[in-house]
Design a protein around this ligand. Sequence first.
Ligand code: NAD
Length: 459
Amino acid sequence: MYNIPKILSDQKAFFESQKTKEVSFRLSLLKKLKSEIISNEKDIMDALYKDFKKSKFETFLSEYALVKSSLSLTIKNLKKWSKPKRIWPSILTFPSSDYIYKEPYGNVLIIAPWNYPFLLALEPLVMAVAAGNTVVLKPSELTSNTSKILTKIISNTFPKEYVKTVEGGVEVSTELLAQKWDYIFFTGSTKVGKIVAEAAAKNLTPITLELGGKSPCIIDDTVDLTLVTKRLVWGKFLNGGQTCIAPDYIIAKSEIKEQLINALKSEIIRSYGENPKKSPDLARIIDKKNTIRLQGLIENETVVFGGDIDENDHYISPTIVDEPKLDSGIMSEEIFGPLLPILTYNAFEDIENIVSYNKNPLSLYVFSNNKRFVKNCIEKFSFGGGVINDLLIQFGNHRLPFGGVGASGMGRYHGKHGFDTFTHHKPIIKRGNWMDPPFRYAPYKGKLGILKKLFKYFG
Ligand code: NAD
């Protein structure tokens, strides 16, 4: 098995050699990584299909293409991002040249989940490498085929003392967390996020936690339901409903509920056919344990559509649940599967009550053409990020920061935000010697008045 302390000490020595501080070195490896990914496209698609029958289309759109475009953006901008940034001096520093230097943290640990096993392993890895860190990546044990292809791509690209995958489950993860890292980037459940935070705190290691939560989708009565349901069915059932930013449940205006449910049923049939089990486009639940967990969530609920389950095939059909109670199982934990509860509201306070039951979701979505209603939703609730009149697409713009708040996580990444996450911003002032204002030197007698005036005008 792995000698984890040795892997880390080799990476420490490599970081100390200063090699990763050369931007040209990082760039050459990021380019190599991109070409490795391109030449392994078919194997990547096959691995995700083997892991949970994820279709090639969805793997291309929601994993492969996002990693490739993130690499392209990083390769294009890395020289600019890593240059020291000149900052205006202040009255206290003048005469001086003030800068922010971009310094890598050192040795980074990345722990990835299974649900987007390629994307969520490589996206942070690209940013960590771009910023000049060494990386140990632990992919999820539940997607073993994807883990293998990740290991192949990474070992073909990087020297192991620079970037290495360590495959395995909780034991391996626990041993990794027992080491002293300079930064830990974790994507996964809130429960394990707390374990990671505790381990990191022992060494005062900075962390990013990309966690989950129950993301609401609010729909008022000003919308075109045909368009809304197309977007809803796509956003909810993509990846078999196992998306951290999927709409977990709907809060619809009471008057439109029946119409919405009917439109959803038609759209599910249009997308996946009368028997979704036969559809090549519906991914499976990751394992039997999660299939049984999801089955339990609908056992005592009013299922108005779907609810077909085959434990052995890890299959659950797209399912609509009508008005579950707030304290029911399905409303008390992140669903992470193809079950869609529909709750209703009459007044804005009803929405507040429901959303506050599961605070700080990772995402919040609003479908409405009422600007005031949209503004209220954006400003009233605390959530990681959101979209108005669509779903999931906040992940697709690398210029926007991505991350949670409160229970859904801390920190952010994507594009330049990701580079900054893995970078210590080191302020440096280069002081001029041609002028040396005497005010700060003792004795101070008679100087306070002048100082106050200076601050009044320039402070
Ligand atoms: P998980 O927390 O069970 O596992 C994540 C990683 O942690 C895996 O690599 C796993 O091996 C490791 N791990 C599991 N138990 C551990 C323990 N006791 N100690 C140390 N390490 C441990 O999460 P998951 O089931 O892989 O992923 C689903 C969760 O991830 C959902 O809650 C989802 O919302 C969240 N998620 C969040 C984002 C985001 O970007 N915010 C993205 C994807 C998934």
